[in-house]
Design a protein around this ligand. Structure first.
Ligand code: ADP
Ligand code: MG
Length: 226
């Protein structure tokens, strides 16, 4: 389970805190979507969870490391699909070549990439590159996988593929937290969190938050999305 308790973060010189007491829990294996207007603190929250940013106060319990799937995927262009998924396992997790490859092959198969093991990133579609980035993150066995706007770098026609990919990752038992503007992706999640001015103003299942929103910030977001 992920537990975020009263996390606060104010950047030096900023007029207002970016995160102003954010608390939530997420059960293991669940997929949660974070919605919120631009500047509401979504990326800062993810960066705090992954450890790229240090909260001023509050606590974050993950039971392990967080893995971040970068918007631009950040694959190594000179490495194949398989080697992109092997490198960090070798260098950081100190796994043997055989162990790292076995794990990478298994994850790439689960993500439907067995036929692309020897391809270089520039030979892959945007959706395939994203799945390689996800497999690479999963190979490090994170406690939670975080995505910052995973559909924004992709053609709109690929959005449904992203939903399918997150479902596949969820079926592996992974806990996932996804920042998104895509209401369809939020609807495919189990929990929706709405961030506004550094406050979590709403959280619950999509049927509640998206179909019966209680907060003006949520209503504004949904009105914009339609
Ligand atoms: P979102 O991802 O919801 O669009 P962000 O978390 O990126 O929002 O940013 C929220 C606010 O925090 C913005 O006003 C932004 O300018 C500010 N902010 C984010 N990162 C920094 C930083 N490193 N230094 C100063 N201000 C920052
Ligand atoms: Mg952001």
């Amino acid at each position: 389970m992920i537990r975020v308790e009263d996390v606060r973060k104010r950047f030096p010189g900023a007029a207002a805190p970016t995160l102003d007491g954010v608390s939530f829990t997420l059960e293991t294996g669940r997929l949660a979507a974070i919605l919120g207007p631009s500047g509401s603190g979504k990326s800062t929250l993810l960066r705090c969870i992954v450890g790229l940013e240090r909260p001023d106060s509050g606590t974050i319990h993950l039971g392990g490391q967080a893995g971040l799937v970068f918007q631009s995927f950040e694959l190594f262009p000179h490495l194949t699909t398989l080697d992109n998924c092997v490198l960090a396992q070798r260098l950081v997790a100190k796994r043997s070549r055989a162990d790292a490859e076995a794990r990478a092959r298994q994850l790439l198969e689960a993500l439907g990439l067995t036929h692309r093991l020897d391809a270089y990133p520039d030979m892959l579609s945007g959706g395939q590159r994203q799945r390689v980035a996800i497999a690479r993150a999963l190979a490090m066995e994170p406690a939670v996988l975080l995505y910052d706007e995973p559909t924004s770098a992709l053609d709109p026609s690929l959005r449904r593929e992203v939903v399918e990919t997150l479902r596949r990752v969820g079926s592996l038992g992974m806990t996932q937290l996804v920042v998104t503007h895509d209401v369809a992706l939020a609807r495919a999640s189990e929990v929706v969190l709405v961030l506004d001015h550094g406050h979590l103003v709403e959280q619950g299942p999509p049927q509640q938050v998206l179909d019966a929103p209680r907060h003006d910030a949520t209503r504004r977001l949904l009105a914009q999305a339609h």
